[in-house]
Every structure is written in structure tokens, then in C-alpha cells.
Write a protein that binds this ligand. Structure first.
Ligand code: ATP
Ligand code: MG
Length: 386
């Protein structure tokens, strides 16, 4: 009897001819996640992955890790047995021996139609063994414990506990995006939501040293380190933004500053994205959350971009975003105080609905191309491993 995790992937399986690609990506990501944890190999059988474990593997630590692999719908710690009813009985007994239950149901799925017993026959036989050994009674509707048996071509799998995975698609299966990461609550959550849909995230952070201290840099690196558990080896570009801000502050009207900062960030980010082959930018903007996030302002910011800006949190409430940040594990770091470069030199009443004409007129005072080029040339690139 070999111990393994049986991995099921909801949506991934539905992707028609891309299926093999998705499965391979998921298998690769699982291997990367479990590096050094006693995973012997990841095998693909139809509709499932088998995460084979060495005897010394820490099943609890692996369980925790599998809970952070995008693309897993649910997974189970299972025993693999030969295609033999007595072996299946022994595995079921082994699995229930540490469980507390008064009622029980055995369920069987038989993909291998050459197995000599039907699914109901298998369930009945294994059920009788378990009831006899434990004194529990059968309950077909709301059992305390479900014992599941899956019969495939080469082997049978037996498990008692279904563990919910995070869902989504395997990271890397949907391409790359460049996330604009601020150190606040929203943008790490936006990044996570995109990773969940299978993108590999790269990050860019703008900082205003010497106007602000370097605390925001440490914060974003810590945030990226947390997100790297889902995203694996992660790149972050750190871009000095003080020069751009100095120009904006000295050359343009105060109410437009936030929008002008954003338009410059977008232009710089876009160049980084293009060099890194990322197809879209991602922000943590949520409609109406602050003055710069009105429809009108989002549109004016968008006009500075040639590639799409994705805003996965656009329809979310702050409370929903905060809850997700807690679950992901970024909330605590995000709420540490820091000076965000965008709150620098910003008036109490920023424009909430600036027209594109007014913004473009204000921007005419800036040497946009040179400022963009200077910023790109002075960026620093860091790799953060998971
Ligand atoms: P967050 O919680 O992500 O900071 P926010 O609600 O504070 O978002 P803003 O400060 O208006 O909103 O920023 C909107 C978005 O612009 C952020 O979610 C982020 O994607 C991007 N952004 C803001 N500041 C920076 C920065 N210093 N570096 C990179 N991106 C930034
Ligand atoms: Mg912010």
C-alpha cells in the first residue's frame, strides 16, 4: 500500500485540446511547490494527478503546500492498492482506524470496467468489512465519514477525507502580467486574483526616496515573498520615482498630480512589461474607492497605456478585499504604516473627474519621453524565491 495525494483539477480538465498542456503545467507547479518535501514524483493519469510520497514525507506540510497550488479543485490523502478486493478492504481499514465516527458510507467509482465487481458490490463488501471492524452503522445520506474508492486501470485508490483546493488555473498557463504593487492592501490581492486565473505575475514598485524612506521597499519585498508561495520564483522591478514627481509637482497644477503620477507610472510600467513579455498591466483599483478611482479618472489613466490595464478588484468592496488579504496572508504587512509615493504632494481635494484635454494640457509641461526613459534606465531588478 503506497501513500499518495490524489489531485483533482476541476476546470483544468475541461480545456479540450489544451488539457495536456494544463496538466503538465499543474504537475510542474506541484513539483516546484513540494521541492525538498519528500515527493517522489507526480504522475498523470486521466483526469487526475498522483503525487507519490516517499516514506519520510511530512504529509501535513505537503497538505498545507498543496492548498496553495492554483488549479487544484480538491485533493485527498489516499492509499494505492492492487486491483484486488481484499487489498482494498485492508486499505480502507487502515484509513478509518484513526477516525472518529458513528455512521459511515462507502462510495465507489469504477473507471476500469474490467474489474470483476460493480461499484455497488465493491461498496457493499468494503462497507461490511468496516462496519464489522468498527461497530459503526451505515448512513447513506449524512454519514460522519465517507470512504471513497476509485478503481482505475492500473490500481485502486482509497481515501476518507476530501480537502478543498484553491481552484483556478495553474500559474503560468495563462501567460504573464506586470502587477503595479504599491505596498497597500489592494494590489497584492489583485495580483493573487490574477495568479488564480493562471497568470505568472511580475511586479513593479515605484518609490520616492529621498522624499520617503525606504520602508516601502522592504514592505513590497515581504509582500512579494508571501505571494511567491503561489507564483514561485518572482521578479520585482523597483523604480525610483522621485525625479518624475519633482517635475510633476513643479510644473503642473496640484489637483492633477495623482492622475499625472499614475499616467507616468503606467508609461514606465508598459516599457518594463514589453521588455519582459508581459501582456497586460494589473492594478488594485476598485471603483470609487478613492478620488483617483472614478470612472472618469480611470479612463484618463488608461489613455496613457497602449496595453490593457486589468483591474480584478474593480467591483469588490473594501471589506471583501480585506478579507481576502487576510486569507492570503498579506493583510498584516500591507497595513504597516508607510509613505506611499502617490500620497506625496497631493492636495486635499484632487480632481475626481479631470478631462483628458485638461490632463494633456498639463502634461505638455513635462518631457514625458525623457522622464520615462530615465526611470526605466535607473530601475533595479530583484528575484524573490518561494
Ligand atoms: P493599494 O491598496 O494597492 O495601495 P489603493 O487603494 O491605495 O491601492 P491607490 O493608492 O489609488 O489605491 O493606487 C491604485 C493602484 O495603483 C494600486 O492598487 C497599485 O496597483 C497602483 N500603485 C499605486 N501606487 C503605486 C506604487 N508606488 N508602485 C506601484 N504601483 C502603485
Ligand atoms: Mg495605496
Amino acid at each position: 500500500m503506497e501513500k499518495l495525494y490524489l489531485v483533482h483539477y476541476g476546470e483544468v480538465g475541461l480545456k479540450g485540446k489544451n488539457r495536456a498542456f494544463f496538466e503538465k503545467k499543474l504537475a510542474q507547479n506541484i513539483k516546484m511547490s513540494l521541492k525538498g518535501m519528500g515527493c517522489a514524483e507526480v504522475r498523470r493519469i486521466y483526469g487526475r494527478l498522483l503525487v507519490m510520497l516517499r516514506s519520510e514525507a511530512d504529509v501535513e506540510a505537503i497538505r498545507e503546500r498543496l492548498g496553495k497550488v492554483m488549479g487544484i479543485a480538491h485533493f485527498e490523502l489516499a492509499l494505492e492498492t492492487a486491483l484486488d478486493i481484499n487489498a482494498i478492504r485492508a486499505a480502507a481499514l487502515e484509513l478509518v482506524k484513526d477516525q472518529q465516527f458513528k455512521t459511515l458510507k462507502v462510495e465507489t467509482k469504477r473507471a476500469n470496467k474490467r474489474f470483476p465487481l460493480t461499484s455497488p458490490e465493491i461498496s457493499a463488501k468494503v462497507g461490511a468489512t468496516l462496519l464489522g471492524a468498527t461497530g459503526a452503522s451505515a448512513d447513506m445520506h449524512t454519514p460522519d465519514l465517507r470512504c471513497n474508492i476509485e478503481i482505475v486501470d492500473e490500481a485502486a485508490y482509497v481515501y476518507v477525507e476530501k480537502i478543498r483546493g484553491v481552484g483556478g488555473l495553474p500559474v503560468g498557463a495563462s501567460g504573464k502580467v506586470l502587477v503595479m504593487l504599491s505596498g497597500g492592501i489592494d494590489s497584492p490581492v489583485a495580483a493573487w486574483r490574477m495568479m488564480k486565473r493562471g497568470v505568472k505575475a511580475l511586479f513593479v514598485h515605484f518609490y520616492s526616496y529621498p522624499y520617503t524612506d525606504k520602508a516601502s521597499l522592504e514592505k513590497v519585498e515581504e509582500l512579494v515573498a508571501i505571494l511567491a508561495a503561489w507564483n514561485y520564483r518572482t521578479l520585482i522591478y523597483l523604480v525610483p520615482f522621485a525625479e518624475v514627481q519633482r517635475e510633476i509637482v513643479t510644473q503642473t497644477p496640484a489637483p492633477y498630480r495623482v492622475i499625472l503620477y499614475r499616467r507616468m507610472m503606467v508609461r514606465i510600467a508598459q516599457q518594463i512589461a514589453s521588455a519582459a513579455k508581459a501582456e497586460c498591466l494589473v492594478t488594485g483599483e476598485s471603483l470609487g474607492q478613492v478620488a483617483s478611482q472614478t470612472l472618469g479618472n480611470l479612463r484618463v489613466i488608461e489613455e496613457a497605456a497602449e496595453i490593457p490595464i486589468l483591474r480584478p478588484l474593480i467591483g469588490d468592496d473594501k471589506a471583501e478585499i480585506m478579507e481576502l488579504a487576510e486569507n492570503i496572508g498579506t493583510f498584516e504587512i500591507s497595513t504597516l504604516p508607510h509613505d506611499d509615493c502617490c500620497s506625496l504632494f497631493v492636495p486635499d481635494r484632487p480632481a475626481t473627474n479631470a478631462s483628458l484635454e485638461a490632463i494633456e494640457a498639463a502634461e505638455a509641461a513635462l518631457d514625458v519621453d525623457t522622464l520615462t526613459k530615465l526611470a526605466v534606465e535607473s530601475l533595479e531588478k530583484k528575484i524573490i524565491d518561494n
